[in-house]
Design a protein around this ligand. Structure first.
Ligand SMILES: Cc1cc2nc3c(=O)[nH]c(=O)nc-3n(C[C@H](O)[C@H](O)[C@H](O)COP(=O)(O)OP(=O)(O)OC[C@H]3O[C@@H](n4cnc5c(N)ncnc54)[C@H](O)[C@@H]3O)c2cc1C
Length: 457
């Protein structure tokens, strides 16, 4: 229980309309995209930096845990208040403060929705490339805290590559600024890079300065079908080595293809067991020249069929195939355990084969799709949480998958973060010495372990 006098003190500082104890609020902010739930004791909506400072000062004074939260579409439990306390929701701090078309940067509040920022900068001929599939809902604060990736990572990199500077508050309410408004900046330790991907465990991000680049003038998208995933991998290797310079390289395995085609009412050609989606972007003449190179490689490869999408409408319908995987597979089982393992790109086919083997051995539905260019394999175990025997198998299979991924020189997570979901598997990727170092970093930012406790370790 948070005492009434503390709630009153907080209301007095930031205003009554920003502090909620009602059951419906507590419930609404108790879960994220993992589907797991932890009921907070208080939900607060800061509207300004002063509000953040006041909330943190009060929470620190009474030693109440605080969990920052953007849109709550995280896949690793980062926004779950596992130790109860306060959930600090950033959806009201959603102003784009400035778009600077001369220094190519934007200053934003953490609650700005990713897609809203992209739309605004594109109106000015600029481009903010990070594009998590959740971009129409996720916030920039959540993207920075998770170092979100997306479809175009192969060419443009992840969120970290676009963060120039951050303003943030420590748990005790003290403010820090790190990085700034320039690309080159090597003064002092790089705390900015430490905060990016820190999952809300080190500091509360209050302002983000983002790098922008010129908007590519032309795009072409392709779908290419294969009889097997290794053939798709071979093709991707050829186009990368053939200097086609793709922006996005996505793959779908047989199960995800079948599910998506059924869901969209489209016929899936017999013999198609893998498909890749490729996007080229840049200036028109250059893109058209690279398109011809790509079509040349299509002709000399073991391709079953392909489609070129030139217009925006055609491109949207191709990308919708990829985006509809999640809703398409949702009907398979009541719950999706969504992992985002990464392996070096050459090892994608053998990793997919290994996981498909486990699916057969343990009788589980496992749907695989992901980013061919960066080795990120979305591994979806479709389960019924009521089925105890199935859940026991899921634990065994996950353990085997994470161990395998590490043996392949990969990582247990490429973009979703550790949160609560991947905590048990950190030991496969890090030594005790490395884990101890993480804990010491956490302690130097948050000695009382009050900011988003229970995450990462
Ligand atoms: C359908 C779907 C598709 C997805 N696709 C992708 C994808 O392609 N790529 C990808 O990377 N992810 C993807 N995700 C995962 C998720 O959308 C991202 O992790 C996203 O960055 C979460 O943003 P959010 O605003 O919902 O953050 P939340 O889930 O609310 O929070 C995530 C973490 O950020 C912290 N946080 C939030 N705001 C702040 C702040 N101001 N200061 C400090 N910490 C803060 C929270 O404490 C938490 O640890 C997907 C999720 C879904 C449901």
């Amino acid at each position: 229980m948070i005492e009434k006098k503390i709630i009153k003190e907080l209301e007095k500082k930031i205003g009554r309309g920003k502090v909620f104890t009602e059951k419906e609020y507590l419930t609404a902010y108790s879960y994220d995209a993992t589907g797991n739930e932890f009921l907070p004791q208080l939900v607060v909506f800061p509207g300004s930096e002063e509000d953040i400072e006041n909330i943190l000062e009060t929470a620190y004074k009474y030693r109440i845990p605080v969990t920052p939260r953007g849109a709550g579409v995280g896949y690793s439990g980062g926004a779950l208040p596992v130790n109860r306390g306060i959930v600090m929701v950033f959806t009201k701090m959603n102003n784009i403060l400035r778009i600077d078309t001369k220094s190519f940067l934007a200053e934003v509040e953490p609650g700005v929705v990713t897609y809203a920022l992209q739309q605004e900068v594109e109106k000015k001929g600029l481009f903010y490339p990070p594009d998590p599939a959740s971009l129409k809902t996720s916030t920039i604060g959540g993207n920075v805290a998770e170092n979100a990736g997306g479809l175009r990572c192969f060419k443009y990199g992840v969120t970290a590559n676009y963060v120039l500077g951050l303003e943030a508050y420590l748990m005790n309410g003290e403010k820090i600024k790190t990085g700034g408004h320039v690309i080159k900046n090597v003064a002092g330790y790089d705390l900015k890079s430490l905060l990016v991907g820190s999952e809300g465990t080190l500091a509360v991000i209050s302002k983000i300065i983002l790098r922008l680049i010129p908007l590519p003038e032309h795009r072409v998208t392709f779908r290419v079908d294969f009889q097997s995933l290794p053939q798709g991998a071979e093709f991707i290797n050829k186009i990368i080595r053939g200097r086609v310079y793709p922006a996005a390289l996505e793959f779908m395995d047989r199960t995800s293809l079948r599910m998506v085609y059924d869901y969209s009412g489209l016929p899936l050609e017999k013999g198609v067991n893998a498909a890749v989606l490729i996007e080229l972007d840049g200036n028109k003449v250059d893109v058209e020249a690279r398109k011809e190179k790509l079509l040349g490689i299509v002709k000399e490869s073991a391709v079953l069929d392909y489609q070129t999408a030139q217009t925006e409408e055609e491109q949207e319908s191709l990308w919708n195939i990829r985006r509809s995987i999640s809703p398409a597979i949702a009907g398979l089982q009541p719950k999706k355990v969504n992992e985002d393992i990464v392996v070096p790109t050459a090892r994608i086919p053998q990793t997919v084969e290994f996981i498909n083997g486990l699916a057969v051995e343990y009788g589980l539905d496992i749907v695989l799709f992901g980013h061919f260019g960066d080795g990120n394999i979305h591994t979806n175990l479709m389960v019924d949480p009521e089925n105890k025997e199935q859940m026991r198998k899921v634990d065994i299979v996950l353990d085997k998958i994470f161990k395998y991924v590490i043996s392949m020189q990969g990582s247990i997570t490429g973009e979703h973060g550790v949160g609560t979901a991947k905590k048990p598997f950190m030991k496969y990727q890090f030594t005790e010495v490395e884990m101890e170092l993480f804990k010491r970093v956490k302690k130097s930012f948050d000695p009382e372990n009050l900011l988003n406790p229970g995450k990462i370790f």
